[in-house]
Design a protein around this ligand. Structure first.
Ligand code: ZN
Length: 159
């Protein structure tokens, strides 16, 4: 895990959480390049050197038909991107933004309702990151990228 060892002590995370994070890191879901994405967005986290590129294929009724990510960086940023893609694929962009909001609140210390938690799936395991303020940016990077991508997609229609 390279430089991660110096910045982040995995032993402080619950073992089950750790396993899910490492599974997504080692076997990322949807780590693919889409042939003709409707929107592509890249973001960096200079504090950690994380890099995420998201590509989305959005249907006319606003559903995320396909999503792929590329990137490199720490296990938190990459596993969060993998979880994001599996979660928001086939969601409407409206629901995806809601999911992003719930996750962002969760990781910044807000206690989610059981219904909110339900919507997060595997992402719940990243809630342990809130104990490590310096890593919150890592966990949120893919989500910030998603929000920017959706904004950029919506803009042409909004006038
Ligand atoms: Zn990171």
């Amino acid at each position: 895990m390279g430089s991660d060892q110096y910045q982040f002590n995995f032993d402080e995370l619950d073992e089950l959480y750790r396993e899910v994070i490492l599974d997504h890191y080692r076997n990322p879901r949807n780590k693919i390049s889409l042939a003709s994405p409707d929107i592509e967005k890249e973001s960096f986290n200079p504090f950690c050197g994380d890099d995420i590129i998201l590509q989305l294929k959005i249907s006319k009724n606003g559903t995320i038909e396909d999503i792929g990510f590329q990137g490199q960086g720490c296990s938190i940023s990459q596993s969060s991107a993998s979880m994001l893609t599996s979660l928001v694929k086939n969601q409407t962009i409206k629901t995806a933004l809601k999911t992003s909001n719930i996750f962002s609140n969760l990781i910044q210390g807000h206690e989610p309702t059981p219904e909110e938690l339900d919507k997060l799936g595997d992402l719940e395991v990243l809630s342990g990151i809130k104990k490590f303020p310096v890593r919150i940016k890592c966990a949120l990077l893919a989500w910030v990228t998603l929000e920017e991508a959706i904004e950029a997609y919506k803009e042409p229609d909004s006038n």
